[in-house]
Write a protein that binds this ligand. Sequence first.
Ligand code: IPE
Ligand code: IPE
Ligand code: MG
Length: 238
Amino acid sequence: MNNMVIPEHIAIIMDGNGRWAKKRGLERTEGHKVGAEVFRKICSYAREIGVKHITFYAFSTENWKRSKNEVDKIMELFRRYLDEMEERQGENEEAGYNVRFLGAKEGLPEDIVSMINVVESNSCDKDKMFVNIAVNYGGRDEIVHSVKKIAEKIKNGELSPEDITEDMISDGLYTAGQPDPDLIIRPSGEYRLSNFLIWQAAYAEFYYDDVLWPDFTPADLDRAIEAYNHRNRRFGAV
Ligand code: IPE
Ligand code: IPE
Ligand code: MG
């Protein structure tokens, strides 16, 4: 990664777990298990190369449509990860991870919400790398959530509609205070956002890859960053 500009914020749609498993004649949930390991690996590699903010799309507001068995197994994987984060709190502190969960906590099992709260508060004063994990996350849901906060202020007479700004909407999002993603990576050969960071992606660079998430390696991340280095970002200027 010598001489490469490292994007300040990389966001990844961890897709293709089910197809990876199917190709091997395994249950879809086996793909999620391997995908969860890859998530850990890519997260620590990103830290090594100096990524400051990284966001992983782990479970969408639409993913509840899947079978109960699949959803339960995915929730079990979150529990395992959260447990591990607590167990390894010393290590994580040293690594300087600031971990945040993006998404509606209300819809998640209560025990998971409590574990999330512990992990977030244990790491909230760290700043080596901001790790966002999007769980029960939907971009539209997030915007509605932000707009409701603004509406509340208007109702209380603290704000008038003509004074609403883009920053106010950004400040009400789960990513409040963090920069917008510079690079959004989607493996598995799909070319869509699937309700991921739809507000924040306004000027993001997109990188698509046919590799399925469980096969994704640090070398794939390097390739995405290299491609990013060849982009010419204009932000509407000439
Ligand atoms: C992504 O992999 C993980 C989640 C959405 C939870 P998928 O489960 O969507 O895998 P494919 O797209 O079916 O292969
Ligand atoms: C997006 O993948 C959500 C996550 C990776 C968590 P999906 O597999 O749910 O997206 P679609 O259904 O292919 O658009
Ligand atoms: Mg998918």
